[in-house]
Design a protein around this ligand. Structure first.
Ligand code: FAD
Ligand code: NAG
Ligand code: NAG
Ligand code: NAG
Ligand code: NAG
Ligand code: NAG
Length: 555
């Protein structure tokens, strides 16, 4: 009896501890004008459909760049909702002007954080860690809100919004603080600078930087990664606040353990205020672009050509992506003649499709004077959908999958099966296969042995039932299973299956134990815990809006 009583007391105390909150007045006392509260993104439409505010929201509902400027908005809208309880405040993404749809629903807060602090300097971040320690209110970091794993939202949290840290500077003869090695050119950016802004700035300074769309936390890939490395490979220095409250300069010569963790270890080690990237001279690019109406048959043909030539193209310096009816690749190493020669199989495919009567086949080969000039023409137009619900999964495909006719046939069959489940599958040639790195990164080492990164997505309607949402997560998992069966356990932590079965190995491989000890050193209290991050605690109440792993697996 006595034991029973003390157990219930402990449980009661645990419940009380989990329910800790702070009033907005308390938040204001600490953070002043930088603190704010925000309704869910679409709330104004539930109050007055015809208001100017609602019209702006309806007009920009699917715009990633608009959403990025609004603290309570997430680019993947399921992260604004509480999936476990069903509370949400969404419009009909297939037609944001669908008013009857909204009339059927109420607007609930979902997983929109209670409080926001617009970060402009490190002392606010130091105060935020102390505030979280004192009140039990969880903190999280939101930069652009693009995260596919929902790491930048969470009900009951205080969100550190770093989006407006927009400073940017160009350096010649850059030396990281306390280091002696000199880099000819480098660029320092505030955490809120987005890659499109960075590309434009680099171009104006005649240099090239690496990235895709967004931040480098878990690696950062783009179509030049093959030859120039991942964003993580090229990070030279960070200015951060660690959960112990220390403002630190992090580079290869001080706080070296954190340097490795921030170069590929994902979120949860520190709040980054600023980082410096290696910049290299402007590159001339050979580009190829093939498009045609994608059907299962034509897509299979394209995948066949891709798998047949993928390893060679990787060795010749190509990078890019392939999806239904689209093949976009660039190369900074070959000259125009060599590029045309190397891409003969694509030109032949284009001819075969035309001969077979496929209309609207379009093949372009061209030379671009810089990355930005190419990016503006081809990449910007092919960005992933935004403003919708999107379960995600990813898989890396190793060089060994290309070794023999049998292994290539096996890979093609896996892609065909995955494509049947998730037709918006994308095969990205964005691995650092030709870039050795300096041994000071922490994403899974599988990246450098891989040729492809593959992403598989699904979606559900704004008013989907719980069962439909769970089915969406299962579907992307089952699609990935076709590749999981034939590849080592490896995926990209920023674009991974939200329910990746063995995320520690898949995201970090043999680096996990080292990362965990760094996490324990700087964040023993787990003030910066996030979903499937190093040291992730699934039982933390901050994850109360996610479906549980067991539920998704149907157990
Ligand atoms: C349309 C689209 C295109 C994409 N394209 C690419 C691509 O080409 N290449 C690629 O590599 N990835 C790509 N991604 C994935 C991208 O890497 C992740 O979405 C990543 O989480 C975005 O980082 P963010 O800071 O912009 O997002 P947020 O959602 O704002 O933040 C995500 C998490 O990153 C961490 N974080 C963010 N800012 C900080 C900070 N200042 N300090 C500490 N931690 C921080 C936190 O854990 C935070 O929860 C793409 C995503 C989308 C939606
Ligand atoms: C940090 O920014 C806040 C909000 O703008 C400001 O009140 C505070 O004085 C700043 N602190 C320092 C040390 O610059
Ligand atoms: C960049 O290169 C162009 C052409 O070579 C030159 O005119 C321009 O001055 C350079 N800009 C900078 C900032 O170096
Ligand atoms: C391209 O490179 C090849 C091999 O180095 C060389 O033989 C050829 O002349 C080059 N062509 C052009 C147009 O520069
Ligand atoms: C070909 O392109 C034209 C013009 O863009 C379009 O109207 C037509 O539907 C396309 N045909 C197919 C088969 O996609
Ligand atoms: C969602 O709304 C659409 C109309 O916008 C309707 O056709 C559909 O049946 C609804 N689905 C559910 C699950 O309520």
């Amino acid at each position: 009896m006595k034991d029973g009583l003390s157990i219930s007391l402990v449980l009661l105390l645990a419940v009380v501890a989990n329910a800790q909150t702070a009033s907005f007045d308390e938040v204001r006392d600490v953070f002043g004008e930088a603190a704010s509260q925000h309704e869910p993104f679409s709330a104004p439409c539930f109050q007055d459909w015809d208001s100017a505010e609602c019209i702006t929201i309806r007009t920009n509902y699917l715009s990633g760049s608009f959403r990025t400027r609004v603290p309570s908005s997430m680019v993947q809208t399921q992260w604004e909702t509480c999936q476990r309880s069903g509370e949400q405040c969404l419009l009909d993404a297939s037609n944001p002007n669908n008013r009857p749809a909204v009339n059927q629903m109420t607007c609930a807060r979902g997983s929109v954080p209670d409080y926001f602090v617009q970060v402009s300097n490190y002392s606010q971040v130091q105060e935020a860690f102390q505030f979280s320690r004192d009140t039990g209110v969880p903190i999280l970091v939101k930069n652009t809100g693009h995260d596919y794993l929902g790491r930048s939202s969470g009900r009951g949290s205080l969100s550190l919004w770093t989006h407006n840290l927009k400073q940017i500077a160009f350096h010649r003869d850059f030396k990281a603080e306390g280091c002696s090695k000199t880099y000819e050119t480098a660029i320092t950016i505030g955490a809120g600078v987005q890659f499109t802004e960075l590309y434009a700035f680099a171009d104006a300074n005649n240099v090239t930087v690496i990235g895709g769309e967004k931040l480098l936390g878990g690696g950062g890939h783009g179509p030049l990664t093959n030859t120039l490395g991942m964003a993580a490979d090229r990070a030279l220095q960070f200015r951060v606040v660690t959960p112990d409250g220390q403002y630190r300069t992090v580079n290869a010569c001080q706080n070296e353990d954190l340097f490795i963790a921030l170069r590929g270890g994902g979120g949860g080690f520190a709040v980054i205020l600023e980082m410096t990237y290696l910049a290299t001279p402007r590159v001339t690019l050979q580009a190829i672009f093939l498009s045609f109406p994608g059907t299962p048959d034509t897509t299979k043909e394209l995948f066949f050509v891709l798998i047949d030539n993928g390893l060679r193209w990787s060795q010749e310096g190509w990078g890019g992506f392939t999806t239904t009816g689209v093949f976009i690749y660039i190369n900074p190493v070959l000259n125009a003649t060599q590029a045309v020669e190397s891409m003969t199989p694509i030109a032949e495919l284009s001819e075969r499709l035309k001969t077979a009567g496929v209309t609207n086949v379009s093949l372009t080969q061209a030379t671009f004077p810089s990355y930005l000039s190419w990016y503006r023409v081809f990449f910007a137009a092919n960005i992933a959908a935004q403003g919708i619900n999107m379960p995600f999964s990813s898989r890396l495909v190793p060089k060994t999958s290309f070794a023999t006719a049998e292994s290539r046939a096996e890979l093609l069959a896996a892609y065909e099966a995955a494509y049947k489940i998730t037709p918006r599958l994308i095969i990205h040639s964005v691995t650092p296969a030709s870039y050795a790195g300096d041994g000071q990164t922490s994403m899974t080492p599988a990246w450098r042995n891989s040729v492809f990164h593959t992403t598989m997505v699904d979606t559900w309607r704004w008013n989907a039932t719980r069962a439909e949402k769970l089915a969406g997560y299962r579907k992307v998992g089952e699609s990935a299973d076709h590749l999981r069966r034939i590849t080592p356990d490896a995926s990209y932590s920023n674009e991974a299956d939200i329910y990746e079965p063995n995320h520690k190995v898949a995201h970090w491989g043999s680096n996990y134990d080292k990362l965990l000890s760094i996490k324990n050193k700087y964040d023993p209290e787990r003030l910066l815990d996030c979903w499937h991050c190093v040291g992730f605690d699934p039982s933390s109440p901050r994850f109360g809006c996610y479906f549980s792993e067991a539920e998704v697996k149907g157990r």
